[in-house]
Design a protein around this ligand. Sequence first.
Ligand code: GDD
Ligand code: GTP
Length: 425
Amino acid sequence: STKAVILVGGPSRGTRFRPLSLDVPKPLFDVAGHPILWHCLRAVAKVPNIKEVILVGYYDESVFRDFIKDSARELPQIRMQYLREYQALGTAGGLYHFRDVILKGNPNRFFVLNADVCCSFPLTEMLHLFEEKDAEAVILGTRVGNDAASNFGCIVSDAHTKRVLHYVEKPESHISNLINCGVYLFSTETIFPSIKSAIKRRSDRPRMVSYPSSENLDNSFFAEKLEDGEKNEVLRLEQDILSDLADSKQFYVLETKDFWRQIKTAGSAIPANALYLQKAFQSQSEELAPPSANIIPPVFIDRSAEVDPTAKLGPNVSIGPRVVIGPGVRVKEAIVLEDSEIKHDACVLYSIIGWNSRVGAWARVEGTPTPVGSHTTSIIKNGVKVQSITILGKDCGVGDEVRVQNCVCLPNKELKRDVTNEVIM
Ligand code: GDD
Ligand code: GTP
C-alpha cells in the first residue's frame, strides 16, 4: 500500500507570505476557493490505494483541526492526522522522527509533498515510473528558465533512462534547468536507512554542541541531551539525502510538462490562483461561476457573496464568502477574501484584498502582471525592487477614488491618498 506525507512547515516560516500569514497559516490560505493544502489533498485522494495522509509540521495542534474535520467529511476514504514536530526538524528530520507512524501498516512506499507548491501533482504517473523502473525514489521535476533555476534544487538526469545522476540544492552556478518540484515517492526500505546514515555521518563529524544554561547542568539532563543530540539537529532531504540517493540508489525523475509554481511570497498566491482556476475550468468543474457577458472565466464566487450583475469579473478571480461587489466594479487576476466590500465602479487588478477590507467607490487597487513562466513576484520599478502584486492585509480600507499601485499594506491601514511602490506599515 501507499501513504502520503505533506510537509506543512510552521509559523516561523512563511515570513515571505506576510502580511497574509499574519492572519492565517499559509497552508490554509484560500486560492481558487480552497486552502492551498486542499489542492494537495485532492491530488493525493485521486491515487488509488492511498488511505492515509499524514501532515507533518510545527504549527500548533489546533491549527489543522477544522481542516481535518472538513476533509474527513469530503473524502471519507482518507484517514488524515497532523503530527507536530517539537521544533523545526527539517524536511527529512520530521519524516525520521515520525517514522513509526509512517511505517505502521507496512506501506512499501510513500509520497512526500511540500505543501507550498501549486501543481497538477501527477502522482499516479510517478507511481507508474516507480514501478516500471523498480525505483527506490522518484522525484517530480520541471523545467524553468536558466536564471530561475538556482533558486531551487537542480537535477541532472539521463535523458534516456530518466535516472537522476546528480542533485544539488540551490547551486551557486548553473548546473541544470530541471528543478525539484518538492514532490517525491520513496521506498520505505531505502529512505529511512538513508536518513539514518546521514545522521550517522553527521554525528561522526566533530561539531559544536550548545549546552543548556548552568542551572540545568545536572548529570542526568546532560546525558539525555547528548543522547538525543542527533535528533535535535535539522535534517534536510535536499542537502543531506537527495545527492546520496543520486550517487548510489535507483533514483528517477518524472519531468512534468504541466503547470508548477512555488507559493512563497504572498503575491505568488495570484499565479497559483490562476493556475488552479484554469485547471478547474478545463475539467469543467461545477464550482466555477458560469460564463456570461460580465463573467470572463475562470471565476470562482463563493455562494454567500453578493456580486452586482453589472460588475465585470475575470479572468482568474476568486471571490470569498460574504464579499459584496458593487455595480460597475472591474476585478481581474485577483483574490478577494471573505467579508470584504468593493464599492461601485472600483477596479481591482493583480491584487489580493485581505479579509474584511473595504475598497471605496472609483478606487483603483492594482499590481502589475508578471511575465508568464517567470518564477518571481517582484519587479524592478525605477531601479527599486517592488512586489508586482498589490496586497491589502486584513481590515484595510482604501478611500473613494484612491489609487493603490504595487503596494503591500499591513493589516488595519486606511489608505486615504494615492500610493505607489510602497510597503505600508
Ligand atoms: N514539517 C516540516 N518541518 N516541514 C518543513 C520544515 C520542517 O522543519 N522545513 C520546511 N518544511 C516544509 C515547508 O513548509 C515546505 O512545504 C517544504 O517543507 C520545503 O520548504 P523549504 O525547506 O523552505 O525549501 P524551499 O521551499 O526553499 O525549497 C524546496 O522546495 C523547492 C520546490 O518548491 C526544495 O525542496 C527545493 O529543492 C525545491 O526546488
Ligand atoms: P473589456 O473590453 O471590458 O474587456 O476591456 P479591456 O479589454 O480594455 O480590458 P479590461 O476589461 O481588463 O480593462 C482594461 C482597463 O480598463 C482596466 O485596467 C481598468 O482600469 C479599466 N476598466 C475596465 N472596465 C472597467 C470598469 O467597469 N470599471 C472601472 N473602474 N474600470 C474599468
